[in-house]
Design a protein. Sequence first.
Length: 220
Amino acid sequence: MPTVNVKNMQGQTVGTYELCEDVFAAEVNISAMHLVTKAILNAQRQGTQSALTRTEVRGGGRKIYRQKGTGNARHHGRRAPQFTHGGMVFAVKPRSYRISVPRKVRRLAMKSALTTKAAENELIVLDNLVLNEVKTKVIVAMLKALGAEKKAMIVTADSNADVQRAAGNIPDVQVSHVGMLNVVDILKYTSFIVTKDALERIEEMYNDQYVEEPETEENE
């Protein structure tokens, strides 16, 4: 199994962690990551663009000149596409850019992104992330000690308001939790900093060997 060093907030190695091969040593599927990335970015588009066709622009009800005898081309009104202020031929209209991606492809893309981070030594595991004071300087010092002063993503097990507040003003640093992870954010940042408990939850979510026990109802 692949292993990774576990560090504290001061950048010191305090142990090792064996990564799940099914999640962090999977076969990288670039096509799956591309499809999921496209789906995520498409979902962020508003799709509210709109232009007017010749039937929707104002004016153009009167024939501009007689049909024959002028030597000019035959026209009806001034709102045809070839005239100034005329309508568009193929006017864009509001639409949805969302595309559907199968669940298996989404899981494959997520495991491919996580495997990429582990293979490129961009995965940093923290033993714990507890702030003595909710200050930006605390996160800045931690990132400097971990060697993650460039683009970094900090992942916690659950939503942590203190960490989000402390890192909110740091450029190119994003704070997220396991439930909000996606392929785009994982690949976007150079350093993928994840707490140990969050890492365990990620492995539990994306490990195909893990089978959730069905809930049993007690007979009354």
